[in-house]
Design a protein around this ligand. Structure first.
Ligand code: NDP
Ligand code: 2IT
Length: 449
């Protein structure tokens, strides 16, 4: 990647040299630095305080062994991580991912993105992320529990309700959070809001399960209204993935008047021209943890294709990638544009490659970047932290109303920052700049650290 501004290019090269081979991390940093060009010109005070060089280096990076015993009595060893990237505006905050592809690069890219996303929510949360290269697929309930306990046995010493507050991500949902919370509580002898995404009976927030998918649709709705005077009504929607984010995006997009015709998982995709039946999909993927092919067996008229990428071959007006990083490359972006897509909003973190984003922007496709569009999950985690601190419990409607306000506010903050810094309509630049200015000011005023 080549950034025009020589100072920003030199920061980028330092990151590449210091973190060799970590291509996802390089990608996330490169995209962000690129959009700082107008800030560097306007804010010499930030450059002078060395904020950018400090921002790209994690405050702390923890790697540890996670050893556990499987059902056959064999010892298994995984690698666990937590990156505590930036605490300028609040305690480190961000999810935990359990997936075989997790490595230092993935954790750093996610932690880096989280700094900006959390700043955009307007809530006091710094950036962090964690995970392990553990594959939950095919594991028994007992194995999942023992792995979560083993992971927390090391992690507990690094986190705390005012220090670092993890949550879920790929492979980590309410079940895993429950096992980790239980282990933290036993070791620390403390019942605190140290994790979010907890069960409702022990400090979780209503609407946290729905929050990322719902928030994504609230953001998309505001973008359509503001930029095109349009809405979800009568739009054809495609959503990749069928996990937590994808499922609740499907539910809300449908409620807002859209027709979700295709979804996927890591083994394939389904097409249902009548519109995906949310309850059947939820039963298959969330309750039974089965393969998405089950959906096609249960819903007459639905087709299954054993290829995840094929989900993007159908025609749609709105595309919501909600599975994983770099799932939309230049080839898929070109297909989407050819099929007449009008808006793409990222539910997953960095699901579009840099080339794909360029293709959308050059072709006038509205593009909502992840750090703005999927911030509803962590924002509602912030609301869970507030409720835990107050020892209070809000209704679903109260949380959902706050979530909607936050997403609308993020959209306008991002749109305005893009305009103010000469990148009108470019929400990638707007999100990076608006978030950066908040974090950069906090870093500058707290002195060099
Ligand atoms: P889940 O584990 O609930 O679901 C992930 C979904 O994506 C599953 O359908 C999974 O398929 C599919 N998937 C995962 N990896 C791959 C892959 N390599 N190739 C193809 N499909 C894949 O995770 P979430 O829904 O929580 O997370 C999805 C995305 O959203 C991630 O990028 C995450 O970082 C991001 N995100 C999540 C938030 C949250 O609150 N949970 C908040 C903000 C962003 P299968 O079922 O076959 O495993
Ligand atoms: O990527 C994300 O924002 C998340 N996985 C949610 C993080 C959180 O702390 O709720």
């Amino acid at each position: 990647m080549q950034i025009k501004n020589p100072y920003l290019q030199s920061v980028y090269e330092t990151v590449v040299n210091r973190n060799p081979g970590e291509k996802e991390f390089h990608q996330a940093v490169g995209e962000v630095l690129e959009s700082f060009e107008p800030v560097v010109e306007k804010r010499p005070d930030i450059v002078g305080a060395g904020v950018i060089e400090r921002l790209v280096e994690p405050e702390r990076f923890i790697q540890f062994r996670v050893a556990w015993v499987d059902d056959a009595g064999r010892v298994q060893v995984n690698r666990g991580y937590r990156v505590q990237f930036n605490s300028a505006i609040g305690p480190y905050k961000g999810g935990i991912r359990f997936h075989p592809t997790v490595n230092a690069s993935v954790i750093k890219f996610l932690g880096f993105e989280q700094i900006f996303k959390n700043a955009l929510t307007g809530l006091p949360m710094g950036g962090g992320k964690g995970g392990a290269d553990f594959d939950p697929k095919g594991k028994s309930e007992g194995e999942i529990m023992r792995f979560c306990q083993a992971y927390m046995t090391e992690l507990y010493r690094h986190i705390g309700a005012d220090t670092d507050v993890p949550a879920g991500d790929i492979g980590v949902g309410a079940r895993e959070i429950g096992y980790m919370f239980g282990q933290y509580k036993r070791i620390a002898n403390e019942f605190t809001g140290v994790l979010t995404g907890k069960g409702i009976s022990y400090g979780g927030s209503l609407a946290r399960t729905e929050a990322t998918g719902f928030g994504l649709c609230y953001f998309t709705q505001e973008m359509l209204a503001s930029m095109k005077n349009d809405s979800f009504i009568d739009k054809t929607v495609i959503i990749s993935g069928s996990g937590n984010v994808a499922l609740y995006a499907c539910k809300k997009a449908t409620e807002l008047g859209g027709r979700v015709v295709a979804m996927s998982d890591s083994t394939g995709c389904v097409y249902d021209k009548n519109g995906i039946n949310f309850e059947v999909m939820r039963q298959v993927k969330e309750v039974e943890r089965a393969r998405i092919s089950e959906y096609a067996k249960r819903v007459p008229g639905a087709e299954y294709v054993p290829n995840s990428r094929a989900v993007w071959e159908y025609k749609c007006d709105i595309a919501l990638p909600c599975a994983t990083q770099n799932e939309i490359d230049a080839e898929i972006a070109t297909t989407l544009v050819k099929n007449g897509v009008m808006a793409v909003c990222e539910g997953a973190n960095m699901p579009c490659t840099i080339e794909a984003v360029e293709i959308f922007q050059k072709n006038g496709v509205l593009f909502g970047p992840a750090k703005a569009a999927n911030a509803g999950g962590v924002a509602t985690s912030g609301l869970e932290m507030t409720q835990n601190s107050m020892r209070m419990f809000w209704s679903f409607g109260e949380v959902d109303t706050k979530l909607k306000d936050i997403m609308v506010n993020i959209y306008h903050t991002v749109e305005n920052a893009a305009k103010e810094y000469g990148r009108e309509g470019n929400l990638v630049a707007g999100a990076n700049i608006a978030a950066f200015l908040k974090v950069a000011d906090a870093m500058k005023w707290q002195g060099v650290y």
